[in-house]
Design a protein around this ligand. Structure first.
Ligand SMILES: *Cc1c(COP(=O)(O)O)cnc(C)c1O
Length: 340
């Protein structure tokens, strides 16, 4: 039996979640007729004190829709150089929205109002007009780092002042919320739109939400249809999302605790050069410079541990709902016996 740390997307629906899916009352959601999708969207909007939400097939689609509705080409988007919207969405910012992207070097994927303020283009025909700022919380490539609420407020104030839209890639926003002193309602107040993944640590098989004002979500629905994301009896999937929001938010703390336990042991290994700070459920290690990362990953896999490469000498472990204490203990026993 593999212990799969590649991503929190590998979770499979639990028996209870599958029962909720089987029992869903459904309709044609392109007509707005699916009561379960509507219920999920209402729940999500309320959680973030926004007017509306839209169920999307993926986080990538939710982010790309947000970028599209907030901008007009020619224009520019500001994000951290590690941002998922830039790095891992296939060039969608250019492809879908015809925008230039200004990449900033933040701290583990987190920007500051000061950095953003200095990157806004002046009103000059040589420059694409700055239109949108995208933040990511937690930041995947930043090792699951969490934004400080005071900084988010400063960024929001700056965006309001400069008439820029502010989108949150909140794929793992609940990992941030359970570890910090802010609530989903407070997060909702600070952003124009928020995307949230149901299919990561929350354990649903499919789906993300885009959350915002009635006006923005109306526009978003049009773009979702164009992108081919209008789904019919999607209530079967939405039921999993409802189950996830009702049952799987607080338990994210357990994943964070397990990631820390694992980090405490990995840092003792001879072949590990460094273990980066663990903020949430993402653990990144750097292996010694002479080791081949693919060889290390392959060896771990032969020993039933699946992990993901994360840059040249780095390996990522992600803890999630399908990794329990026994698996963490077993992983620790296994890695102690491996030598390179
Ligand atoms: C996973 C992820 C997404 C969306 O991914 P999908 O696989 O398209 O659902 C967006 N942003 C971040 C930070 C992510 O980790």
């Amino acid at each position: 039996m593999y212990i799969d740390f590649r991503s929190d997307t590998v979770t499979k629906p639990s028996t209870e979640m599958k029962e909720a899916m089987m029992a869903a009352v459904v309709g044609d959601d392109v007509f707005g007729d699916d009561p379960t999708v509507n219920k999920l969207q209402d729940m999500a909007a309320k959680l973030f004190t926004k007017e509306a939400a839209l169920f999307c097939p993926s986080g990538t689609m939710a982010n790309q829709i947000a970028i599209k509705i907030h901008t007009n080409s020619p224009g520019e988007l500001i994000c951290d150089e590690l941002a998922h919207v830039y790095k891992y969405e296939g060039g969608g910012i250019g492809f879908n929205s015809g925008l230039a992207t200004k990449l900033l070097k933040g701290n583990k994927g987190r920007l500051t109002a000061e950095l953003i303020g200095a990157a806004i283009n002046p009103d000059d025909i040589h420059f694409p007009p700055t239109q949108l700022v995208c933040l990511e919380n937690t930041c995947n490539k930043g090792g699951g780092s969490i934004y400080d609420f005071e900084e988010i407020k400063k960024i929001n104030n700056l965006c309001k002042d400069k008439l820029l839209k502010l989108h949150l890639d909140g794929a793992r926003i609940f990992n941030a919320i359970v570890e910090s002193n802010y609530t989903s309602q407070e997060i909702g107040d600070q952003f124009d739109t928020i995307s949230v993944c149901l299919s990561k640590g929350l354990g649903a098989p499919v789906g993300s939400l885009l959350i915002g004002s009635n006006e923005d979500i109306k526009k978003a629905k049009r773009i979702r249809k164009i992108l081919g994301g209008g789904m019919r009896q999607a209530g079967y999937l939405a039921a999993a999302g409802i189950y996830a929001l009702e049952n799987n938010i607080n338990r994210l703390k357990e994943d964070h605790h397990r990631a820390k336990l694992l980090a405490d042991e990995l840092c003792k290994l001879k072949w590990v050069k460094e273990v980066f700070p663990v903020y949430t459920n993402i653990l990144i290690i750097e292996i010694l410079p002479h080791l081949d990362v693919n060889h290390v990953i392959h060896t771990l896999e032969k020993n039933q541990i699946k992990v993901a490469a994360f840059g040249s000498q780095q390996i990522r472990f992600v803890t999630h709902l399908d990794v329990n204490d026994e698996m963490i203990n077993r992983t620790i026993e296994i890695v102690k016996k491996i030598n390179f």
